[in-house]
Design a protein around this ligand. Structure first.
Ligand SMILES: C[S@@+](CC[C@H](N)C(=O)[O-])C[C@H]1O[C@@H](n2cnc3c(N)ncnc32)[C@H](O)[C@@H]1O
Length: 364
């Protein structure tokens, strides 16, 4: 039931209204808070992030699934120091993650449930990524990126993010898991925001484990799909289950070489933001080369609006600067230019109830 509920998608205008009310309340609260307190709490964010990371690494939320447990018991199960673990859980309880019910006995809170591995809205892989050196160390080297405009990841690890992931299987799995979970949170809103049933064959470029394509194929039974990603990634196309497997082809390859032909609709979610303009144009041009005049292309990414509005995508844009050569979130104007360079025409930008918009185009 919980699962079902989490999948229903409110219309985009309701989500946007709620978001703007929330932003208004936050702005109001900010105006009541002395500026130095605002800055202190923003700057201290890494302490909360690392404390969450430790709890997620230890699997505390899963250990508390069946009810409250004493710190001594948790320390034994996690092979940690009981005093240090108590201090960790006490700190997290002070921000609403876990609750101390009696002396050194802790239980889950609603927030802590999302740290469980198999919770329908589990964000455990995200917390693990945020705390891992592959995420943390490039942020620690942010001055390098700001001074040079180059990616700190390469500066720290001596290679590009995706090449590094290719050599570290566990991290690669963690990253793919988070992408799949994040996709599953966004996908119902994306699938609901566009008439995918107008197309016979949808090709998902860089589709990962198939989360978005699976949502589309399940919602629109007449549509067929092609899941395309690096060979290693599509080996584990875990989201393409038996219900849709007969309507879905799985193809391994690099979108810098070519993409599968024969699609009526080419979609790519969180792909273009990973790459500098030249490479982004190469991916789009490879799609253009196999598109018919009637085919459409959808870039599903954040679209940064002008002005000072609160938008988490402005921080994800910094993340892109730090981890990928030339990675960035783009404005409408920047997408328009990119499409033009790839021989495509931007038709419209469709807002969705997710954090992404749909940028629709066709051959020019
Ligand atoms: C940020 S993830 C997005 C995944 C998926 N579209 C989603 O929204 O969940 C980027 C994807 O691009 C894939 N990718 C990276 N380089 C690629 C390449 N050269 N060819 C094909 N896919 C690639 C990665 O394997 C990964 O699945």
């Amino acid at each position: 039931m919980k699962n079902e509920k989490s999948r229903s998608v409110p219309p985009a205008f309701i989500v946007k209204t709620v978001q703007s009310v929330q932003a208004g309340i936050l702005d109001f609260a900010n105006r009541l808070t002395p500026p130095f307190v605002q800055i202190l709490s923003l700057a201290g964010g890494t302490m909360g992030s690392q404390a969450l990371y430790a709890a997620a690494r230890l699997g505390i939320a899963d250990l508390l699934k069946d009810g409250p447990k004493s710190v001594d018991d948790l320390a034994k199960k996690t092979k940690t120091n009981a005093d240090a673990l108590h201090r960790l859980l006490r700190a997290l309880a002070s921000i609403g993650v876990f609750k101390e019910t009696s002396g050194k006995v802790f239980e889950l809170t609603t927030a802590a449930e999302a740290l469980q591995n198999d919770h329908p809205q589990s964000v455990r892989p995200f917390v693990l990524l945020m705390g891992d050196p592959i995420w943390r160390n490039p942020w620690g080297d942010i001055m390098y990126s700001i001074k040079t405009g180059e990616n700190a990841f390469n500066h720290v690890f001596g290679k590009n993010f995706f090449d590094y992931l290719g050599e570290h299987e566990e991290l690669s799995e963690l990253f793919s898991n988070w992408m799949t979970k994040a996709s599953n949170m966004n996908c119902p809103a994306i699938a609901a925001a566009y008439p995918f049933n107008r197309f016979g064959k949808v090709v998902d470029i860089g589709g990962g484990q198939g989360a978005l394509l699976a949502h589309i194929l399940k919602k629109y039974p007449t549509v067929n799909g092609v899941l395309f990603d690096l060979p290693k990634v599509v080996e584990d196309a875990s989201e393409i289950d038996d219900n849709i497997a007969s309507r879905c082809e799985i193809v391994g390859g690099s979108f810098f070489d070519s993409v599968p032909a024969g699609g009526d609709l080419y979609i790519m979610q969180q792909i273009i933001h990973d790459w500098e303009d030249e490479l982004a144009v190469q991916i789009l041009s490879n799609c253009r080369d196999v598109m018919t005049d009637d085919a459409r292309i959808l870039v599903i990414d954040a679209v940064i609006k002008p002005g000072n509005g609160r938008d988490v995508n402005k921080f994800i844009d910094l993340q892109m600067l730090l981890i990928n050569k030339g990675g960035r979130e783009r404005t409408e104007q920047e997408f328009r230019q990119l499409f033009e360079k790839a021989g495509l025409k931007l038709l419209k930008i469709i807002p969705t109830a997710s954090m992404f918009s749909i940028v629709e185009g066709r051959k020019n």
